[in-house]
Design a protein around this ligand. Structure first.
Ligand code: ADP
Ligand code: MG
Length: 724
């Protein structure tokens, strides 16, 4: 009740840090960085030379793992881990729930003489068999073969997690069924990188570019999150269980002053950030930037980009670390895409490129883009791919929570389009017309302060309203949700790129027939063809505007507004063909994904709807009722002393209460509905139940604005967002 709310406020006000802030005075970040990683350096120092060489080949060149070295590696890993205080090891895997999963096993084995020895064999390193039958498989596993197994991902380094309660060795793994079907996020990511490498190499070869290293995707995910004092969360069943507020009137002050964006970071939050960074540094996660975000109590952390697979594992570690460190500071880290209505939600910008250490980013135009034919070819591949398969990419960011954000004037709309910027658009415009005269020169941006050096104009510029924006040497995919794994979107982009590069390589191989001299003309013709057919995906204007929605429809670009609209794309003919052709996902794997994600959508909405009913009935109704009777009593009293008038506050409260009661009854009725199949259920929840929840909320929020504050039990938006 109200006491809990007051306690929460007083707990926040009287908050004292549990320990002195951790800073880097004692140990330099450079010493800490990677100290808990079974890194290349550790391997080189500790492994026999031939074993190290063989392992390095697998890691760097993607060659097949020599299983005979596993015992030696395992033993070395174990010794290293035990020196660092580890008692257990775990295969870490990434089931389709988007979570990070682990199952711990002790190194300890009885020696048969009453003592024990520490053991870790190659077999245990390479393969694990978690009893993970309760992870969703979407029909991929029947109960008799319910066990999946985990397989060591050699390319992502093992690491040690230190906890006050225990320290253990973590081995990143893929999670597959006995018949080899991917039950996780990592397996398709690895497969898609293989496909990407193969097709990119064909194109590079045409341009006479040789590289021994595989071409891989690169990812730099910018992670947004909210921090709320945990005492508020405890008095808020919605935040606690659903991760977002299902009630809450708009605060008098929201984010309209924009005084938080890049503002001074509050001290408690800064201490939190320092500790997060310290933990992540130990794990070798190269976190780089931190700042306040637009909404009150919203922040961002971003690492330096890394190879896609590693960046993905690292982003999972970032999310886990944010959550666990927040607790140490008496806060809760909300990764939900829309914890608070009416103020910005959280996303995860996925900065994406492809390349390798030899070549850098293949999306890097160099100094004069129009000369850099190879860059244009890779760019054209992206244009063609996004135009053909935008809906597939859209489907990878379809979740119940992200639905609140996409298209809400704070995040790009659900329409996939590409921002190229003025300079690059101009080049493609000229290619379309058939003659390239030269591009608009990279201008200097004069910022009007003489003492500052002129800054080179970013050819990518900043258009925050585009879901897929070229930003100079990479694309930034901005529709990813903050709580999501970045694997899915990357798998889609990798595969889409593979298909386009395959197409391009095939066309160019046909046209040149091995004659280098024919390459230029062939590229010219092909680029022109691509931009003519697929240029409709390019849009540099305001993606939030209504005009764009109309224009996009005219251009035939799909606008899949909600999750039930978007997920069925996964099992369309085109999508199945795309993913099977490049060996990334089989039809069965795609079907299982659609099913699992729809199920998750339904579960989320049903939980939320039940919470709405429960909270409206047990928290909001009693508060409003009490206030109503206070008002009624006051009216009676006034009447006894001769005043006879209608008290408008009483009228308002009564009307809103009635409204809420009937909205709750309606919602309860809706929840009894039995749908025919998961998709129909998702559709019903989306079209009927969600609006039903909103209706209850509108009455409840109106009540919050009139009911006496000392009767209201739920912490207000104001309190949660501004008291820290
Ligand atoms: P901004 O907010 O201006 O977009 P940030 O510095 O917050 O910039 O984030 C940019 C992200 O893009 C970082 O993670 C950065 O490492 C990453 N990035 C930079 N270059 C590339 C590239 N070639 N490929 C992938 N990611 C990149
Ligand atoms: Mg960015």
């Amino acid at each position: 009740g109200i006491q809990a709310r007051l306690n929460a406020i007083s707990a926040v006000i009287n908050y004292k840090p549990a320990h002195a802030p951790l800073n880097f005075h004692d140990t330099k970040p450079t010493e800490i960085f990677g100290s808990n990683v079974f890194s290349e350096k550790v391997m080189k120092d500790r492994l026999p030379k031939d074993v190290y060489k063989s392992l390095k080949k697998t890691i760097e060149l993607g060659e097949k793992l020599d299983a005979t070295i596993a015992d030696v590696v395992a033993n070395t890993m174990k010794d290293w881990a035990i020196e660092k205080g580890a008692t257990h090891f775990t295969h870490v895997f990434f089931p389709l729930t988007g979570m990070t999963a682990e199952k711990h096993d002790a190194f300890l084995v009885p020696d048969g003489k009453g003592g024990a020895i520490a053991e870790f064999s190659g077999k245990l390193l390479i393969q694990g068999e978690p009893d993970a039958s309760s992870f969703p498989s979407g029909g991929l596993r029947s109960t008799f073969e319910a066990r999946g197994y985990t397989a060591w991902d050699v390319t992502s380094p093992a690491y040690i997690l230190e906890n006050p309660n225990g320290t253990f060795l973590c081995i990143p793994t893929a999670f597959v069924s006995w018949s080899g079907e991917a039950l996780d996020k990592k397996t398709p990511l690895l497969r898609s990188n293989q496909a990407l490498n193969k097709q990119a190499k064909r194109v590079l070869k045409l341009f006479g570019v040789e590289t021994k290293l595989p071409v891989t995707s690169y990812a730099g995910p910018e992670q947004e999150y909210f921090l709320i004092d945990r005492n508020f969360v405890f008095s808020r069943p919605d935040l606690l269980i659903a991760g977002r507020s299902l009630f809450g009137a708009k605060p008098p002050k929201g984010q309209e002053f924009e005084d938080q964006y890049f503002g001074v970071v509050p001290r408690r939050v800064l201490s939190f950030m320092m500790e997060v960074e310290r933990e992540l540094f130990k794990l070798g996660v190269p976190v780089k930037t931190r700042h306040n975000e637009v909404a009150p109590s919203q922040f961002e952390i971003a690492p330096i980009y890394e190879a896609g697979n590693i960046a993905t594992d690292h982003n999972q570690m970032v999310m886990t670390t944010l959550r666990s460190v927040a607790k140490r500071y008496g806060m809760v880290c909300l990764l939900h895409e829309k914890p608070f209505a009416g103020i910005n939600g959280s996303g995860k910008h996925l900065n994406y490129s492809l390349g390798n250490a030899d070549l850098g980013s293949l999306f890097d135009p160099g100094d004069t883009p129009h000369e850099n034919a190879m860059f244009l070819v890779f760019c054209a591949a992206a244009i063609r791919g996004l135009h053909k398969y935008g809906a597939v990419l859209r489907a990878t960011v379809a979740t119940a929570s992200n639905d609140h954000r996409l298209g809400a004037n704070e995040a790009p709309p659900a329409i996939m389009s590409m921002y190229l910027g003025e300079q690059l658009s101009d080049v493609f415009e000229q290619i379309k017309k058939g003659k390239v005269n030269g591009c608009k020169t990279k201008g200097l941006m004069h910022i009007g302060v003489d003492t500052l050096p002129p800054l080179p104009m970013d050819p990518g510029d900043r258009n925050r309203t585009s879901p897929f924006a070229f930003t100079g040497n990479r694309f930034e995919f901005r529709a990813v949700g903050s709580s999501q794994s970045i694997a899915g979107p990357q798998v889609a982009i990798n595969t889409i790129m593979s298909e386009s590069l395959d197409f391009i390589a095939t066309e160019l191989e046909k046209a040149t027939k091995g004659d280098d001299k024919k390459l230029n003309a062939a590229v010219q013709t092909l680029l022109q063809k691509i931009i003519k057919e697929h240029g409709a995906i390019v849009f540099n204007g305001d993606g939030y505007s209504d005009a764009w929605h109309k224009e996009a429809a005219k251009r035939g670009l799909p606008n899949l507004k909600t999750t039930p609209d978007a997920l069925p794309v996964l099992t369309t003919k085109e999508c199945i063909e795309l993913f099977t052709k490049y060996g990334v996902l089989s039809e069965a794997e795609l079907r299982s994904r659609e099913e699992i994600y729809l199920e998750q959508y339904c579960k989320t909405l049903k939980t939320e709807a039940n919470l709405v009913v429960r909270m409206a009935t047990t928290i909001i109704f009693p508060a409003a009722m009490r206030y109503q009777s206070e008002l009624a009593a006051a009216c009676c009293n006034l009447k006894t002393i001769g005043h006879d008038y209608k008290m408008s506050a009483l009228e308002t409260v009564t009307a809103k209460l009635r409204g809420m009661q009937s909205a709750v009854a309606k919602l309860e009725k809706l929840l009894e509905h039995e749908a025919d199949g998961t998709h129909a259920e998702a559709k019903f929840l989306c079209d009927k139940v969600l609006p039903g929840m909103t209706e209850v909320r509108s009455f409840a929020d109106a009540l919050e604005n009139v009911v006496a504050d000392d009767l209201w039990a739920l912490p207000s938006y104001q309190e949660m967002l501004f008291i820290r």
